[in-house]
Unconditional design. Structure first.
Length: 409
C-alpha cells in the first residue's frame, strides 16, 4: 500500500481521539527545523490567538484489543494499514516544510503488544528529533501496559503525552474494554507525573538536563457510552487535576460506530452534554470553582439549558450583586458574562475611571448576561436591562424568571 493510502486510512481512524489540543511547550529551536515556542499544537487557539495545526494520525489501526466503542477494534472488518517509523517521520517533515502543520500527534492502536507498538512510535519520533532535527511539537499517546522504560524515553522526546482513560469507572471499562485495566492507566499517569516533578527539580540544579514532557499530560473520557453521571465524571476530572496534575481532560461525546448490545442506542452524539462538561471543566481550571460547587450528588447532571456558571449564579443569589468597581478578581470571575480577560481589564481600568455600561462592553463583558448580577459603586446598571435586574435580590421565587430570561440569550 502506498503512503498516501495509508495516510487516508490512518488519519481517518485517528479522528475519534480528541485528546490532542494543547499548548504550553517551550521547546526552542537551537538547530534544525520547527519551534514550539509560544505556539502549542493542534487545531486550537494559542494564547496569542493563532490557530495552529498538527498531523494527527495513528501509527497503525491493526489492534489486538476489542473495545466495544472503538471503530478500530479487532472484530471490525475495516481497511487496515500500518506506517513504518520512517514513513511517519518523512510525512511529518514534508508537511511541516510545506507549512501544512506545526507538529505531530501520534497515536496508535495496539499491534502485537503494547511494547512493540510504543517502540515503533518511539522510533518514528527518534528519526524526527535526531535525523531531521525536528524541534516542533510532538504529542505521543502512551499505549496502556507499555513498559515504564519506554514511557520514560517517550517523555524525553515528546512535548506532551496522554494516556486515555476512555471510561470513567473500572466497571464500565471492564464491561466495554475488558482487556484494559483502570489501575494500569492510573499507574502510567502516576509514573509520568512523578517523572515530570523529578525532572523539574533536577532542572533547577542542572539547567542542561533534558525536559521530560514539558507540556504535561492529558487524557480523554468518552461521554455517554456508559451510565456514569456528570457528577462522576467531574469528580474524576478533579482527581486527575489534583492528584496527577493533568493539563487537560478531554471529553468526547460518544459516537455510535459499532452495533454492540453493550452500548447505548444513541441516535446522535451527546454534544451539548460534552459542551457543558467542557464549560464546567473550564470553571474548575481557570475560574476557581470547586467541582462540588458546580455539581452535587443529589442533582448529578449539569443543567443542559444553562451554562454551569449561570446555573451556579442563579442558585447563589446571596453572592450578588457584585460591585464591579470594588470586587476582587476572584469575585469578578464568578459573575456570568465576565471572563478571565474582561476581569483583568476591569481591574486595570477602574484604577483611573468609573465603569459604566459602555466601558464594560468595551472591556469585553457580555453585558446582556452580566447586567443581572452587577452594580457599579452601589448603583445598578439598569439602563437597558429594565426591572429584571432587580429580581436577582429576591431569591428563589424569581430565579425561574431570570433563568428563562437568560436562557433566551
Ligand atoms: S485498544 Fe484502542 S484502538 Fe484498540 S480497540 Fe481499544 S480503543 Fe480501539
Amino acid at each position: 500500500m502506498d503512503v498516501l493510502s495509508k495516510l487516508n486510512i490512518l488519519s481517518a481512524a485517528a479522528k475519534y481521539d480528541v485528546s490532542c489540543a494543547s499548548s504550553g511547550s517551550v521547546r526552542t529551536n537551537t538547530k534544525g527545523v520547527g519551534n514550539t515556542y509560544k505556539a502549542g499544537i493542534c487545531h486550537t487557539w494559542t494564547d496569542d490567538g493563532r490557530c495552529i495545526s498538527l498531523l494527527k494520525v495513528l501509527f497503525t489501526n491493526y489492534c489486538i484489543y476489542d473495545c466495544a466503542y472503538c471503530y478500530n477494534r479487532r472484530s471490525n472488518d475495516i481497511p487496515r494499514a500500518s506506517f513504518t517509523p520512517q514513513e511517519i517521520a518523512d510525512l511529518t517533515i514534508a508537511f511541516y516544510r510545506r507549512n501544512y502543520i506545526e507538529g505531530l500527534f501520534l497515536s496508535s492502536a495496539i499491534m502485537k503488544s503494547a511494547d512493540f507498538t510504543l517502540e515503533m512510535m518511539l522510533e518514528a519520533v527518534r528519526i524526527l528529533r535526531f535525523r531531521y532535527d525536528f524541534n516542533g511539537y510532538i504529542h505521543m499517546k502512551v499505549i496502556p501496559k507499555a513498559d515504564d522504560r519506554l514511557i520514560h524515553l517517550a517523555g524525553l522526546l515528546a512535548d506532551r503525552m496522554s494516556v486515555n482513560i476512555e471510561l470513567p469507572t473500572q466497571q464500565s471499562l471492564k464491561r466495554l474494554a475488558c482487556e484494559k485495566d483502570f489501575d494500569v492507566i492510573f499507574n502510567h499517569m502516576g509514573f509520568i507525573d512523578n517523572r515530570i516533578i523529578e525532572n523539574t527539580e533536577e532542572r533547577k540544579k542542572h539547567k542542561k538536563i533534558e525536559r521530560f514532557t514539558p507540556a504535561g499530560q492529558s487524557t480523554q473520557l468518552i461521554i455517554g457510552a456508559s451510565p456514569e453521571t456528570d457528577y462522576d465524571i467531574l469528580m474524576l476530572s478533579k482527581r486527575l487535576y489534583n492528584q496527577y496534575h493533568l493539563k487537560r481532560v478531554y471529553y468526547s461525546a460518544y459516537c455510535h460506530v459499532n452495533d454492540d448490545s453493550r452500548l447505548p442506542a444513541l441516535s446522535k452524539p451527546p454534544l451539548l452534554r460534552e459542551h457543558r462538561l467542557y464549560q464546567a471543566d473550564w470553571l474548575m481550571r481557570f475560574y476557581g470553582f470547586a467541582a462540588e460547587e458546580i455539581i452535587d450528588k443529589d442533582e448529578p447532571h449539569l443543567n443542559e439549558q444553562l451554562d454551569p456558571k449561570v446555573n451556579w449564579a442563579l442558585k447563589h443569589p446571596e453572592f450578588f450583586p457584585v460591585d464591579v468597581q470594588k470586587a476582587c478578581y476572584e469575585t469578578l470571575l464568578r459573575v456570568p458574562g465576565i471572563g478571565l480577560k474582561s476581569a483583568k481589564r476591569i481591574i486595570a481600568v477602574r484604577r483611573y475611571s468609573t465603569l459604566d455600561t459602555k466601558s464594560l462592553i468595551k472591556l469585553g463583558v457580555v453585558f446582556k448576561r452580566a447586567k443581572y448580577f452587577i452594580t457599579c459603586n452601589g448603583k445598578r446598571l439598569i439602563d437597558d436591562c429594565g426591572d429584571i435586574s432587580k429580581k436577582i435580590v429576591t431569591p428563589d421565587k424569581e430565579i425561574k424568571t431570570i433563568s428563562n430570561q437568560i436562557a433566551l440569550f
